[in-house]
Design a protein around this ligand. Sequence first.
Ligand code: ASP
Ligand code: MG
Length: 470
Amino acid sequence: MTLVMKFGGTSVGNATAIRETAELIRQAKTEWHELVVVASAMGSRPEKVTDLLLRGAQTAVTGDDETYRQVAAQLRHIHQTAIHELLIDGVEKEEVLAENGRFLTRFESLCQAVHVLGELTPRALDAISGMGEQMSVRILAAYLRQQGVAAQAVDATQLIVTDANFQDAAPLMESTRERVQAQLRPLLDQNIIPIVTGFIGATAEGIPTTLGRGGSDYSAAILGYALPAREVWIWTDVDGVMTADPRLVPDARSIPMLSYREVSELAYYGARVLHPKTMRPCVAHGIPLRIKNTFNPEHPGTVIVETAVNGNGGVKAVTAITDVSLITIEGKGMIGVPGIAARAFGAVARTNVSVLLISQASSEQSICFVTPSHAADRVITSLSEEFAVELHRQDIDSIWAQQDVAIITAVGAGMRGTPGIAGRIFSALGTQQVNIIAIAQGSSECSISLVVDGKDTITAVRYIHQLIQT
Ligand code: ASP
Ligand code: MG
């Protein structure tokens, strides 16, 4: 039976964390026949390696040829410190130092090229930002070997075949499955643990890509699908998925079990637990995903499965997305006119902005939707152009944005078919004088989202949280 375990940036953030991670890997290998490890770039403090790499590239393109050199020095320091603290002097250590050095030399020359050309393409960004994982897996694999655990660093550019949508590449599952069988199988058969880079892949032609920020979770799920694995474990720095953000709700607690659907909804609505696409490959084979805390390994964390127990027919978790704006298109001339919504969302799509929530009253006098605040002006401009004629004729009276609102979402599959949940949520907010500006419930009935004034965020989250039963 095969287990895939993914370790996030904090789990490989420095020598101490890498030692603990290696110990977890050693233990898991005693319990599982086959083990595949996926690791992120070092989540060093105060700045993560991936952020540093991106900063180097982004400053280079603006004509600054100082910052990326400083960043390279900082990255050298971070990685060399870990290597010196972990590895004993010898050939292995020299090799890891040399390999890491080569990546950083390459980072500097790529940034220099960006600086000279004054152009930073998504393709170049992917080549640059994926190096953190390539460095971290080499350190972790070498340390494991030194501890007597057979391990080998593997670049996912050899395994995960993607399309050429740089920065947010999608895996091509069939080609990936073939590569994984061809490359990982032989290692597993020799009892070697592959330590695979998270986050990155490559096109069929071998051009490096990335799966999007936070994409290492997704990498683990893709490998879990391709092997296939019995389970995928995501090791992070919290005790699983929480009922709410503990910074907003001090008595937030870990949820023992969730369904794929509930987690997708949570991830979409702002719970920073998993990369939102992580569930997809797991759903295909019904592979359970487990979220565990590297710093509290005894805690069972959260397990995510096909159908979870329904949490007493109610709300299981509540999230908030802030820094969003509510855009409203309003007018009496919209009643019964087909195509207004299609044109509106066409105009939004042209601005490349994603819509987080949509709501339309059945009177059809207004359509409203939520977008990130930074994009609101662009969206309004595009809509005003699209509806110039209707605005002139006053079929549409106005298109406007209410800044600084928040989307509060209550999630729980047990809400489906359970009457009264919405009522309880509204009463909870009513007693606190929180005004609800708009409401949306997906027909899956797995979540209810409310738009409230940004200043009411904490109150709304706390009072809905009180409805969660355990
Ligand atoms: N290192 C990448 C990032 O910071 C991927 C990950 O950590 O999941 O976005
Ligand atoms: Mg992450």
